[in-house]
Design a protein around this ligand. Sequence first.
Ligand code: KG4
Ligand code: ZN
Length: 351
Amino acid sequence: MNMKVIGIETSCDETSAGVVEDGTKLLSNVVKSQIDIHKEYGGVVPEVAARNHIDVIMPVINQSLKDAKTDWDDIDAIAVTNGPGLMGALLVGTLTARTLALIHKKPIYPVHHVLGHIYANWLTDVVEDRPQFPVLALIVSGNHTHLFLLESHLKVKLIGRTIDDAVGEAYDKVAKVIGLEYPGGPPIDKASKDGDSNFFDLPTPKVAGKYDFSFSGLKTAVLRRTQELIGEDFRFPSWQIPDRLTTEQVNNIAATFQAKAVQILVNATVKAFHEFKPKSVIIGGGVAANRYLRQELQAALPININYSPIELCTDNGAMIASLGCFMAEHSHPTDPRDIKTNPSLKITYQE
Ligand code: KG4
Ligand code: ZN
């Protein structure tokens, strides 16, 4: 296709820009995370996120061009996340991208953030490692838990999703209850290594849809079991729990929660694998960085999974640029003035 695209991502707490050639060649990926700023609040503060994006967006974009050893003359198109995500945060990325498209006279493509996560898996120089259609994709992040079937580029069918919380959200909330820091995924994964995953019984959620997920009940069950463990009832404030737990108990709770959460994800994915018989299975989103999920999913499937590097699992501009390349190849650009920012953007299935 011979096309260089810059991707811009500001939907949550990472300001990022990456340059990708032909959808697969990673030329640069600059990620400026705000995690340290939001850590003290135990979660992302939308207004603070938007203000920080404004401060760093242009330096991040300029650095991504520099790292890719390129400049605007050599860029063929711009791709930008226009939803879903935080309104203020998304506005910074989309307005910047729209302005740059007008100034530099570049075609622009609005990218759905969750579909962007899928494309992190195309960013590899090894041709055999790239996904083969049909692709079964499990996207697991702080806001999304989706199972997709891709018949070809942009032909995406949503086959399952969470009916309440996202799995990453459950990780973050459980971490808070047991006194681990935000974001909860990495510390829970680490604590689990030394824990007993049968520490207490956790319920398997019931969902109507065959490939749907639910994590809200699991999160509440962890809270209740933990309150019982320290000899208290449901009225005991969760913020006082960490002081009452030993490191061993924290490790055991983390391991028990993680085993259940991963089991729910793996079961649905394996069921979908046997029904849809995809050639490739991929995972994406922040939770796809999880060591235990990677191991359990691979063990449960008869085909080999080529996991993308951890830094491409969490939010980044390169994955947006990759999907942008395929959009440029298979669809038409949008007039920069018509790009709408939509915090609850839906996925449209394209024939
Ligand atoms: O995709 P992402 O960077 O942002 C969203 O689009 O939400 O995902 C962030 C989420 C957080 O909930 C974080 O706790 C989780 O990904 N996460 C992990 C790991 N690393 C990040 N969850 C489990 N294990 C990890 N190693
Ligand atoms: Zn994300």
